[in-house]
Ligand binder design. Sequence first.
Ligand code: UTP
Length: 293
Amino acid sequence: MSDIKKAIIPIAGLGTRLLPLSKAVPKEFLPLADKSTIQYLLEEARASGIQEVVFVVSAGKQREISSYFNPSQKLEKFLQDKKKEDILEELNQLKELSKSITFSFATQKEPLGDGHAVLQAKRYLQEPCGVFFADDVVDAKTPCLTQLLEVFQTCQKPVIALKKLPKEKLPHYGVVGVEKIASRLYKIKEIVEKPAVDSAPSDLAIVGRYVITPEVFEFLKNTPRNEKGEIILAQALKNMIQSGKTVYGYEIEGEWLECGDKLRWMKSNLYFSLHHPSYGEELRKFLKETKNL
Ligand code: UTP
């Protein structure tokens, strides 16, 4: 087990790509099969040994997190009285999950970028920590954060999760230039945001999962806003590399399921639905039998 016990989950973004749905349902609460995205992230955090999560929230989101994760005695009693044991069991699993992790909250008053959001959590963290972007769920035998923590244990430097993508997809992602160190492990040489197909420095894209050190906060503080007026974590890491600091990248094992826009979220929802232990088989049958598909 790693020494890292804390993680930041910034959830103060506006989720504009998922409008109008995200007006009423914050994107972290959209379902992937029958669980919210945020539940997958917390399950990964717990499985990676995280004991405290600092959520960076915009107005109102702390209440939404609490109402999803805090147990409701009234609801539990209702389900007990109605003998709805299976639903009660699902709620118990959620209760166990939230009992195993302490929640803290930092506020981001304005959506000034993912890096600005991470910086708001600084007062809770004097030590290295994990970072989860809520757009990215990874289905893996070894939890994604655990994979990064194993790298951190030996290198004690920031680590970025990476995934190989087909060339034509790279212009939609942050892409890294690298020096290979070992199987799946790279020293990052440069970070290029949304490169043109022919100028991508490699086929390795950045996944929203990181291990960061306190030094990253110092670079975030000094990272200027970009043309959209935002402070971006990847830019702060790029500045670190340019000033001679070492940042590692690890090509994670597992399936990267994205949820940041409608098509990606629909694909991820389909993936988890079709793999669902109770409903997957029936859903596959439905797809085969439905004539108009
Ligand atoms: P995204 O890049 O997906 O931005 O954020 P977004 O604002 O949520 O969504 P769009 O682009 O408008 O559709 C990546 C992660 O960083 C958080 C998001 O909540 C998400 O977990 N974030 C982003 C913040 O907490 N604050 C911000 O200002 C921006």
